[in-house]
Ligand binder design. Structure first.
Ligand code: HEC
Ligand SMILES: [Cu+2]
Length: 480
């Protein structure tokens, strides 16, 4: 049970299998040791009993741990929610069935041979004759394997091409669905592009056609193809959003790309569902399909070991409707206001000349954010003209996000709201115990610039106090 509370089911599964493996390995070793070192292998009775318990225990352990393998989780590749993941899942099944067929054929022959030709009590007949060199069998086996390889190769190549080439889909072009009028010139006939940039241990998502940047929570429109340019600023990372698409690496100095799509286009959906009724009725049914099955919250993860906190380099994706997407873009552009409805100009006039008039947790939190705590040297908040840092995630509308620290701390309720109390706790935890939450991360220690290295006027280490952490967290909660 210890293992089964993990964040997204995947670890539980892997660790479960690992645990069974380790148990079997270690116990066989121990058994061998006892047998040969202590010369007690003649005590047949003992081992007979032991083996029974051994097998029983292994199976029970295996079953218990496998029950943690949730094929229905937000990270399950068996619950494909878009054409790319579907193509990959289909390929998996084709390969699986071919291999299962092979297993049954080979295993069956072996089983028959073992049973039919085994030595019976009092059997004195000579060994059965060997039959190798039979041309029919030899050619048949070669031909059979070639055929099976072709059966696997054809769909594999087709899937590789399908997932590699950007799809030609007029309904995915920005001009066909994007509700705003702020698309960069010449981009209207292209599909939405997101630059995914891997950092140790978080993700930046830039939308160059729309002029915005966000971090760790990707927002994409339902039913539209999206191009992802995959870049890394440090080491190799790998973008993996299991329900939407398989992994592609982000390699320094190499321009990889992929396309993803959450949900089918109308045409594809209609093909699968053979809809009846008027066109308007069909469109409505299609909208419902997007709403019910595709608008959702998806889990992703870096899938290439990239250093100390690799295992905590997750990300999330929200798939939303076209209008919601448009509204989100314009909100990110507008950015966040200064506290209590002040203009940034007024706020900074006070901050520069008489900061003591800015009182209360929110103002004081912001003063710390801009000043002593140095948050703004690494973080940008759109709207705030002096928060322009780029070494860390962009924090615009941070309080609307459902997670923190690249998906590691979660504050989303089951029904899709932000859990305000949990969010506060997560902010405090992250600022106060950054290093514990994500070992080695570059916010805590960054060549003297991190918040684990703050110094006072005398040059002595002077970490943020509990009171200061509280104020900053209260301020962060206003970034709605
Ligand atoms: C030296 C640069 C640096 C400083 C200074 C810094 N941060 Fe960070 N911050 C980062 C980096 C890098 C990350 C990503 C860490 C990770 O997930 O591995 C981060 C992550 C975050 C996140 C999580 C964002 C997300 O999208 O999940 C928050 C919130 C945050 N920082 C707030 C602050 C606050 C508040 C301060 C000031 C007290 C601060 N940071 C100071 C670099 C910095
Ligand atoms: Cu990584």
């Amino acid at each position: 049970m210890l293992l089964i509370h993990e964040r997204n089911g995947r670890y539980t599964c892997q660790r479960g299998l690992l645990a069974v493996f380790v148990y079997v390995f270690v116990s066989t070793r121990v058994l061998n040791y006892l047998k040969f070192r202590l010369h007690i292998f003649h005590v047949k009775q003992f081992f007979h009993g032991y083996f029974r318990i051994h097998i029983l225990f292994t199976s029970l352990l295996g079953l218990l741990l496998l029950s943690g393998c949730n094929l229905n989780s937000r990270m399950s590749t068996f619950k494909a929610r878009g054409p790319v993941a579907e193509a990959q899942l289909d390929l998996f099944y084709i390969t699986l069935w071919v291999v299962v067929g092979l297993f049954i054929a080979v295993g069956g022959v072996l089983l028959i041979a073992v049973i039919k030709f085994r030595e019976k009590k009092g059997d004195t007949s000579p060994l059965p004759s060997h039959g190798h060199g039979n041309p029919l069998v030899e050619i048949g086996l070669i031909g059979g394997s070639v055929l099976l390889l072709v059966v696997i190769a054809v769909p594999t190549l087709r899937a590789i091409w399908f997932t590699h080439d950007l799809p030609i889909q007029p309904e995915s072009e920005l001009k066909a669905w994007y509700p705003g009028d702020d698309v960069a010139e010449g981009e209207e006939s292209n599909i939405l592009t997101v630059n995914v940039i891997g950092y140790q241990w978080w993700w930046a998502f830039e939308y160059p056609q729309l002029g915005i940047t966000t971090a760790n929570e990707l927002i994409i429109p339902a039913g539209k193809a999206v191009k992802l340019n995959l870049r890394s600023v440090d080491v190799i990372h790998s973008f993996w959003l299991p329900q939407i698409a398989g992994k592609v690496d982000l390699i320094p100095g190499r321009a990889n790309y992929m396309w993803i799509q959450a949900g089918d286009t109308f045409e594809k959906w209609a093909e699968k569902n053979v809809p009846e009724g008027s066109e308007a009725g069909q469109k409505l049914a299609y909208e419902n399909y997007l709403e019910d099955e595709i608008h959702d919250y998806y889990y992703g993860q870096c899938a290439e070991f990239c250093g100390e906190s690799h295992a905590r380099m997750l990300f999330r994706a929200s798939v939303v409707g076209d209008d919601e997407f448009g509204a989100w873009v314009s909100d990110i552009k507008t950015g966040n206001q200064a506290p209590e409805g002040m203009s940034w100009k007024d706020w900074y006039a006070n901050y520069d000349k008489s900061p003591e008039v800015l009182t209360g947790d929110v103002h004081e939190g912001l003063k710390l954010f801009m000043g002593r705590a140095k948050c703004a040297t690494c973080h940008a908040v759109n709207g705030n003209p002096r928060a322009l840092g780029v070494a860390g995630p962009n924090l615009t509308h941070l309080a609307r996000r459902y997670s923190l620290a690249a998906g590691w701390l979660n504050h989303r309720t089951e029904d899709g709201a932000v859990d305000i109390e949990q969010q506060y706790k997560n902010f405090v935890k992250w600022i106060d115990k950054t290093e514990e939450v994500k070992p080695g991360n570059l916010m805590w220690k960054a060549n003297g610039g991190g918040i684990g290295e703050l110094i006072d006027a005398e040059g002595e280490l002077s970490l943020l106090t509990e009171e200061e952490v509280h104020k900053i967290s209260i301020y962060l909660q206003t970034l709605k």
